[in-house]
Ligand binder design. Structure first.
Ligand code: UN1
Length: 513
């Protein structure tokens, strides 16, 4: 698949207007307040989207609800058919959308393609799921009775997603929500509004070709106030929010206060435990990709390496050597490994964290800095850092969304596990080992406390087939595979009496004559 130019990609995705608006189903809506989208790759203005006004918001929720009322009566496998067509269109647009992701967000083109592939994968999963929305049947204690569980759609699902996965995370939520019979309203990041619009336009083609209800997907464009509105809106029974712990706490509190349901997938502070028997080659690749992939801006990025003391120097040296080979520059150039951070706030935040590490007594094996000059004209490029720290330091306990990797020593696996778990977040974790005992200890109840626990794989790059998320400050929600679909449905327990008597449960006698 050859790499398109930006112009070719935008043309293919039908993003040619000066203002791409905001989208209520198949209709564009415009407002006076525009959001410019600047590429972190070269600082260029790619285009504009417009903010959703209060009036447009109101109309959007009403229209999304109307579409839900129609859609819930469409047989689930037919709903799956629409998602299958969507997945095929994503296959056709993979290189164009992958390129836009790369240019608007800054991740490498390879990772942009990977993100679109993740959308295609979840479409396939959702198509299969549309024939597997199963519930249990349960034996009744009463004669001539049976009990069953039925799952029904919830209504309008609110999706809030972050800049770092500007298309895949929406697809994880939307495709499952659709096959379950819901409609969706989506607040993507205001840092990547054109990615949202590109996705909407692809879905719109499906809507028109298959004559689907017009507003199964609506984009709500704006800042955090839109997220606040969605969280408070009783007409949105489920809000799925992916992003920082700070954002998730605000959403979770508001949704809980109206007894709504939230699916929260928030920050991580992911560690790899590197044991004495670890395969060094695999370890270095896993750690380096985990730490500098997406410039450290994945919620699964590797933030900490907990290394056995006997191999500590060797591992650190090998990783530093690998870092020396990392090419930083335009993510559209496939020779580069690492692109820019999302914006200058992210750069400042990174540089501040480096100062904090120093203040707390950290020792840099490699100290990052901002790259200047013509090739880095967006001012968003930095070099990655590796620092020796102590796990309990404040800065280490926080998630710095940047290529900042911490290293620390351990002597005993139990101690390493304590260190790994001793952070507020819990998303992803990994152990590199060839010892069955160590691997199983890591996976046991007293092992890793994370929602993702990998053996001989890094912390990032999870497949869609499994549920994604974790407890602690990661928020407790699960998205994508396994039984995550249940969060988009309400469960009904139905007891059926096919006899001609009315025996009461628990043997209660009631004779009204
Ligand atoms: C995220 O960073 O919010 O596991 C999602 C991964 C990707 C998804 C990351 N499949 O790294």
């Amino acid at each position: 698949m050859s790499q398109p130019t930006l112009q070719e990609a935008l043309k293919s995705l039908s993003i040619d207007n000066e203002n791409a608006g905001t989208w209520m189903g198949v209709n564009a809506h415009y407002s006076d307040k525009k959001i410019p989208s600047y590429s972190p790759v070269d600082g260029s203005l790619i285009g504009y989207a417009s903010f959703t006004t209060d009036e447009q918001y109101e109309k959007s929720i009403i229209e999304a609800h109307k579409s839900f009322l129609e859609w819930r009566n469409v047989p689930a496998p037919k709903r799956g058919e629409a998602v299958r067509v969507f997945g095929n269109k994503l296959r056709d647009q993979k290189s164009a959308l992958g390129l836009l992701v790369s240019y608007e967000m800054g991740k490498s083109y390879q990772e942009g393609l990977g993100e679109v592939q993740e959308m295609i994968d979840i479409c396939d999963f959702a198509v299969g799921l549309s024939r597997q929305l199963t519930g249990l049947t349960i034996k009744s204690e009463r004669p001539e009775h049976f009990m069953m569980e039925q799952y029904h759609p919830m209504g309008v699902i609110g999706i809030i997603s972050a800049f770092n996965f500007p298309v895949a995370v929406w697809a994880w939520n939307a495709t499952l929500a659709w096959v379950c019979g819901n409609s969706c309203v989506w607040k993507g990041s205001e840092k990547t509004p054109l990615c949202s619009i590109a996705c909407q336009k692809i879905w719109n083609e499906v809507t028109l070709e298959m004559n689907l209800p017009k507003n199964l997907s609506i984009i709500l464009t704006g800042d955090k106030n839109i997220g606040v509105k969605m969280s408070q809106d009783k007409r949105i029974p489920v809000v799925s929010a992916t992003g920082s712990t700070l954002m998730g706490k605000a959403v979770g509190e508001k949704v809980a206060s109206r007894l709504g349901r939230s699916i929260l997938e928030l920050g991580g502070n992911n560690a790899i435990i590197i044991t004495e028997s670890a395969d060094l080659k695999m370890t270095v690749t896993a750690a380096v990709f985990g730490a500098i992939g997406t410039a450290g801006q994945r919620c699964t990025s590797t933030r900490r390496l907990i290394i056995h003391e006997s191999i500590y120097d060797k591992v650190c040296n090998s990783i530093c050597d690998a870092y020396e080979q990392i090419k930083i520059g335009s993510p559209l150039n496939t020779k580069n490994h690492m692109g820019p951070l999302i914006d200058s706030d992210a750069v400042n935040n990174y540089l501040q964290s480096l100062k904090d590490v120093e203040k707390q007594g950290g020792k840099f094996l490699l100290k990052g800095y901002q790259l200047k000059g013509e090739s880095y004209s967006s001012n968003c490029y930095v070099t990655p850092s590796i620092a020796e720290v102590e796990n309990i330091w404040n800065v280490v306990q926080h998630e710095t969304f940047a290529p900042l990797l911490y290293v620390m020593k351990y002597s005993d696996l139990k101690e390493a596990l304590n260190t790994q778990n001793n952070v507020p977040q819990g998303l992803s974790s990994a152990i590199m080992t060839n010892s069955m005992q160590e691997a199983n200890m890591f996976l046991s109840a007293s092992g890793s406390d994370c929602g993702i626990a990998n053996v001989n794989i890094g912390t990032s790059g999870a497949e869609i087939g499994c549920a994604f998320g974790s407890e602690k400050e990661t928020g407790g929600g699960r998205e994508s595979g396994s039984d995550a679909w249940k969060a988009y449905m309400r469960r009904v327990t139905a007891t059926v009496n096919y006899g001609s008597e009315l025996p009461l449960a628990q043997g209660v006698e009631f004779d009204e004559s």
